[in-house]
Design a protein around this ligand. Structure first.
Ligand code: ASP
Ligand code: MG
Length: 420
């Protein structure tokens, strides 16, 4: 059996859903489980809705209406018959949010977030499943929350692999024998049956979980790019497609910020030796990238750019050393503010890190650190990571840039820079 994953961009409109249908039709008669994200920018919209709702703003209702309209326009194009059951089902999915909005927000933010934002995936898969049935591809809608068990960490649910594996293996292989299965990315459920989400862009990870538990032949992620490129075309004019990539290089590239696949996706596949294809949903004949077990290293240097970085330098106020006396305290403060470190460097009395400037929680972290340390910070920086670097690649990215901090190991070079 195989697993396909379709992201939001691939199903952003009726034509996208039709295109998904054409891709799936080319795999007719093969056992296939299809994981789908929320359509287009729905997750962003619902995230905004949660914020407004929690702040008691009336605009929450308008945003909900916008989400409904957007999906209604897609369903009306795909199912012009107004009596088709899909219309009611989509309405019912949104009722969950209607109900929540009727009351004022009492529950914790992250919990509410998961209950509301998950509706995006529940709706998209409802539409896709019905659509495949209308074009003669018999499909069954599966609720991912019946299979993916997580802990209670809302917005970043940690998967209970043991229970999840057992549930998937017990029920899905038999169902796959007679039909396509359509399920949601990004969502799971706690042991008390509350909806959780796995972190933004987590649908890739969901697909990898299903693929690993089902020991799939392969997982294919259908994207709006031709495959894994050696840089994001947003930053580089001349990018190259990487036809083959080792699991290790893929993990490293995503760890340093390559956004083509979610970082958690690779490991479960690597453990089961399941190849991952990253292919274009626009140009489906194109081979794309295959990520697999291989000792070959990347054929070309790869570049990862992260803008909007802030460099934070922490110095003890007393005469203590950073590593021996303070490191675990510093890390626990980063952890408490949910801040991920992109690059770090320490000397005897100084610890410097580059992090994403996400606003509110960064200011909170700074105030927190200042209670015990001397803290300096500098924003507006860019972090450039080059895997398989050489001097030429470094010179290429440093045009009109000044280096603020630099780290190199045998394979990877990280440059924190400021525009001149
Ligand atoms: N819909 C979710 C998001 O936009 C999950 C995903 O697309 O992977 O983050
Ligand atoms: Mg997405």
């Amino acid at each position: 059996m195989q697993v396909f994953k379709f992201g939001g961009a691939s199903v952003k409109d009726a034509e996208g859903v039709a295109n998904l249908g054409r891709i799936v039709a080319t795999h007719k008669n093969k056992a296939l489980l299809i994981v789908v994200s929320a359509m287009g920018k729905t997750t962003n919209l619902l995230e905004e809705l949660v914020k407004c709702y929690v702040q008691g703003m009336d605009s929450a209702a308008n945003l909900l209406e916008e989400a409904k309209q957007y999906h209604r326009s897609i369903t009306m194009q795909l199912f012009p018959d107004a009596s088709h059951p899909v219309h009611n089902e989509v309405t019912n999915r949104f009722v969950e949010i209607d109900w929540i909005l009727e009351e004022s927000a009492m529950d914790p933010y992250d919990y509410l977030y998961d209950q509301i934002v998950a509706v995006g995936e529940l709706v998209s898969t409802t539409i896709v499943s019905h659509y495949l049935n209308t074009i003669g591809l018999q499909s069954r809608w599966i609720d991912a929350r019946d299979f993916i068990l997580t802990d209670n960490s809302h917005r970043e649910g940690r998967v209970d692999w043991k229970v999840t594996t057992a549930r998937i293996q017990e029920r899905l292989p038999e169902l796959l024998e007679s039909q396509l299965l359509i399920t949601q990315g990004f969502i799971g459920s706690t042991s008390e049956n509350f909806t959780t989400t796995l972190g933004r862009e987590g649908s890739d990870y969901s697909a990898a979980i299903f693929a690993a538990c089902l020991q799939a032949e392969s997982l294919t992620i259908w994207k709006d790019v031709p495959g894994v490129l050696n840089a994001d075309p947003k930053w580089f004019d001349q990018t190259e497609l990487i036809p083959e990539l080792s699991y290790l290089d893929a993990i490293e590239l995503t760890y340093y910020g390559a956004t083509v696949i979610h970082p958690k996706t690779i490991k479960p596949l690597q453990n089961k030796n399941i190849p991952l294809f990253v292919k274009s949903f626009i140009d489906i004949e194109n081979g794309g990238t295959q990520i697999k077990r291989t000792n070959e290293s990347l054929p070309v240097p790869s570049f990862i750019f992260k803008v909007n970085q802030v460099l934070i330098s922490v110095l003890p106020k007393d005469f203590s050393f950073i590593v021996e006396d303070n490191l675990s305290d510093i890390f626990s403060r980063f952890h408490a503010h949910k801040i991920k470190v992109n690059m770090m460097h320490n000397s005897a009395v100084n610890f410097s890190v580059s992090i994403d400037d996400t606003g509110g929680n960064v200011s909170a972290l700074l105030s927190d650190l200042q209670t015990r340390y001397d803290v300096q910070h500098q924003g507006g920086l860019e972090l450039i990571t080059i895997r398989y670097y050489n001097q030429q690649t470094i010179d290429r990215v440093l045009v009109e840039k000044e280096i603020i901090m630099e780290l190199r190991d045998s394979y990877t070079c990280q440059l924190l820079v400021r525009k001149l």
